[in-house]
Design a protein around this ligand. Structure first.
Ligand code: AMP
Ligand code: ZN
Ligand code: FE
Ligand code: FE
Length: 293
């Protein structure tokens, strides 16, 4: 597919989010319940300051951010989650939007995925130890605190112990897609994930489709299967991306009759390409997933 972007390109594709207009909707962001840097409360305050009026917190395989979280005035909170899964050896992320975070289906889903994450963390740690990283499991777990442990926590531990110079190097050499410590045979099947999201009253949306390095025909064949399982949407804009990518994903959305979503994929302040409420212009002609909400 033309214009496929990867992390490196999206991080340097020219625009800084501060130069983009502030959006009132952001349906993709992370907190300390997964690999984000801000607590749920701090994230809500940032959303309010940033002019966001409708927000979905979409932590990796976790809904813990919604526990005891009171919305702030003028800020509508939409239940959300970002599930990890594996399809044909490709690791994919599926957003669940407008879910009831604490219904039985969602509790079952996050318990399954959390367990998968713990087993996966042990396997990642074993591999990293062989490379000479000191105490990777303890380090990553302590950085994740009560949140879900993920590859970014390993990367941060590797930086903190001087094993790599920055997180980018940790992903590039060890943890990134297809590298030896990228363990992905642990997640629930995508069909199961879509079923959980639907049972929780939500809509399943394929997150950041341009980040998987899938050929167009593979992406289309995933999306056809995804629709068959009850998947409903495609994230046509994720943070800052090239206009050609947006156009291409918008076409795909129409071709497959999926609804559209967009968001920043914010993780922490300071990442110029992914600030809360700032992302490339979404196409105006598509039906958004929140059309009926
Ligand atoms: P995990 O949920 O443990 O698979 O980690 C996925 C998260 O790792 C993503 O949401 C990003 O925050 C981060 N990530 C994935 N690939 C990269 C990369 N190449 N460079 C930096 N961060 C990455
Ligand atoms: Zn993340
Ligand atoms: Fe993601
Ligand atoms: Fe994300």
């Amino acid at each position: 597919m033309p214009g496929v972007i990867d992390w490196a390109i999206s991080a340097s594709c020219g625009r800084r989010s501060a130069t983009l207009p502030a959006m009132t909707i952001d349906f993709h962001c992370h907190t300390t319940a997964s690999d984000g840097e801000l607590s749920p409360r701090d994230l809500l305050e940032l959303a309010q300051r940033s002019g966001v009026t409708r927000l979905s917190i979409t932590d990796h395989d976790s809904v813990a951010a919604y526990q005891a979280l009171n919305p702030l005035p003028g800020l509508e909170l939409i239940g959300g989650v970002e599930f990890s899964t594996l399809w044909n050896k490709t690791g994919l992320h599926i957003l669940g939007l407008n879910i009831d975070p604490f219904c039985p289906a969602m509790l079952e889903a996050v318990a399954f995925q959390r367990n998968a994450r713990l087993g996966r963390a042990e396997k990642i740690a074993e591999k990293l130890e062989k490379y000479g990283v000191v105490a990777p499991l303890e380090g990553a777990r302590s950085l994740a605190s009560a949140g879900n442990v993920g590859r970014p926590h390993f990367a941060r531990h590797m930086v903190a112990t001087g094993f790599v110079k920055d997180e980018k190097e940790a992903f590039k050499k060890y943890l990134g897609s297809g590298k030896s410590c990228d363990i992905r045979q642990c997640w629930a099947e995508p069909e199961q994930i879509v079923a959980w999201i639907r049972a929780a009253g939500g809509v399943a949306v394929l997150a950041h489709p341009a980040k998987y390095n899938l050929t167009r025909s593979k992406l289309v064949s995933f999306l056809e299967a995804f629709k068959g399982w009850g998947g409903g949407g495609l994230e046509v804009v994720s943070g800052i991306q090239l206009p050609a990518v947006t156009r291409d994903l918008a076409r795909l959305c129409e071709q497959l009759d999926l609804s559209a979503s967009w968001g920043s994929d914010f993780h922490r302040p300071g990442q110029s390409w992914a600030q809360l409420g700032r992302y490339s212009a979404p196409p105006q002609h598509l039906t958004p997933v929140w059309h009926d909400w």
